[in-house]
Design a protein around this ligand. Structure first.
Ligand SMILES: [Zn+2]
Ligand SMILES: [Zn+2]
Length: 451
């Protein structure tokens, strides 16, 4: 839920205005201080010694008792969330200052952590449990919360890491804090899961914590790998054509693993719901998880993959200039202003670019960056000629999506039949032109919609 900024911002604002957290915090802290004083007094009476200090065991009991009674009702759980909010807020600010990030959006840790804590408490029915069970449940929730906070911190460090490596800043003092935090983000989850596995038998909770930890470690590895790639690129200072590919592969591997973890966590949640504790809140959370972490991620990943594939296809259809002709044109790439070292791609409008630069451009736009003519000339010409032969009349296209699907089918058919389709070329050609014309209008319609 916290990824929808619009609603969240509204809630956050209202939340701040009524100063509800402050009231809760004061209430909770006052209550706990009062309880601590009373308990201390009782302990002193019971032990009958004059010493001011109490023993370590007594102290530990006292803390446990305070924590148990600190979450014995929904109201006290809210108070506890408010206290967690302050801690998380200052922790977040501290880390942001340490890594030198100015991202406003990343200040939300003070909001995200308590909300997560509260949802976890509701989901596990924390306040309704028996005292001794409550302490165990609370510590388990805290472990989950800790891993979630670490994931959030990774989200804060990743952009800083990327901008540092991409901007080729070479000062050690700028890099060290981010690398240090990244190292901590790797070591902490390893330590946490090691300790937990040492003390507990496997159950759904331990499984969830471990999965979160492993996922975090993998995310850190992906970030650091991309960082290293960019640093190597910056160090050698020549255009590294394959860099973009490598970064893409590393990132998509990371995303695929994250997606798999999302599915596994969903399975774990479903198991918990069926065999351990099924509640409406858990069901809601699982729906949210399925939507954000599984559905949206798969959708975005697929979209990126398709964009990339289309762009590569377009580039490959353009003539490649190499060797002596490359020296003849003696030009620079109009996108990055670097010289052509090995090869250049020529657009139908006679402009030259690096294949890599042009590909990045084609993710966003279909036209030449210099003159805004269509880059993907082959099919456009056919479509245009078709339109001309119809005296410029374009049949109104009622079902745009249908046309796109047909075109996609035709596209794949063509890819399959590319080698052996000479005898029925003419028939196919006319059919294809019809489809392409449809696609042309459909694309225009889409463009209008998106504009
Ligand atoms: Zn270039
Ligand atoms: Zn051009």
């Amino acid at each position: 839920m916290y990824r929808i900024y619009g609603l969240q911002l509204l809630m956050e604002d209202t939340w701040k205005r009524i100063r509800f957290p402050d009231i809760l915090r004061v209430f909770w802290l006052t209550r706990i201080t009062a309880q601590a004083t009373v308990l201390m007094y009782i302990l002193r009476m019971a032990s009958e010694t004059d010493s001011f200090f109490i023993s370590w065991d007594d102290f530990w009991d006292l803390i446990c008792n305070l924590i148990i009674s600190g979450c014995d009702s929904t109201l006290t759980v809210l108070g506890m969330s408010a206290v967690i909010s302050s801690i998380a807020h200052y922790l977040g600010l501290g880390i942001l200052a340490f890594i030198g990030s100015t991202e406003e959006d990343d200040r939300r840790l003070g909001f995200v952590a308590p909300v997560l804590f509260f949802i976890l408490a509701l989901q596990t029915g924390l306040s309704g449990l028996r005292p001794e069970e409550r302490l165990i449940r609370l510590s388990r929730n805290m472990c989950l919360l800790l891993t979630a906070v670490l994931h959030f911190i990774h989200g804060m460090t990743d952009p800083v890491l990327m901008s540092l490596s991409a901007s080729h800043v070479s000062s050690f003092r700028r890099h060290f804090p981010v690398l240090f935090v990244s190292a901590c983000l790797f070591i902490l989850p390893v330590l946490l899961s090691y300790v937990l596995w040492h003390h507990y038998a496997l159950n759904t909770w331990l499984f969830a914590v471990t999965a979160f930890c492993v996922e975090l470690c993998l995310k850190v590895i992906v970030s650091l790998t991309v960082y290293t790639l960019f640093m190597i690129d910056g160090y050698y200072n020549v255009l590294w054509e394959k860099l973009d590919d490598y970064v893409y592969y590393v990132r998509s591997t990371g995303n695929i693993i994250e997606f798999i973890f999302g599915v596994v966590m969903f399975g774990n949640g479903a198991y918990t719901m069926m065999f351990e504790s099924g509640s409406k809140i858990r069901a809601c959370m699982m729906c949210l998880h399925a939507y954000f972490n599984i559905y949206l991620q798969a959708k975005n990943g697929w979209k990126t993959f398709m964009n990339r594939r289309t762009a590569v296809k377009k580039i490959n259809s353009l003539p490649e200039i190499k060797g002596s002709r490359l020296q003849e044109i003696d030009d620079v790439c109009a996108i990055c202003y670097h010289e052509f070292t090995t090869s250049a791609r020529m657009t139908p409008c006679n402009h030259y670019f690096h294949a890599l630069c042009l590909r990045k451009w084609l993710y966003i736009q279909d036209t030449c960056p210099m003159c805004h003519q269509k880059v993907y000339i082959e099919d456009d010409i056919k479509a245009n000629s078709n339109v001309r032969s119809n005296n410029g009349f374009i049949a109104p296209n009622e079902n745009a999506e249908e046309a796109v699907r047909e075109a996609a089918a035709a596209e794949s058919d063509r890819a399959l039949n590319e080698d052996d389709s000479t005898d029925c070329e003419d028939d196919v050609q006319t059919e294809r032109n019809g489809v392409i014309q449809n696609t042309g209008t459909a694309a225009e319609e889409f463009n209008e919609d998106t504009d």
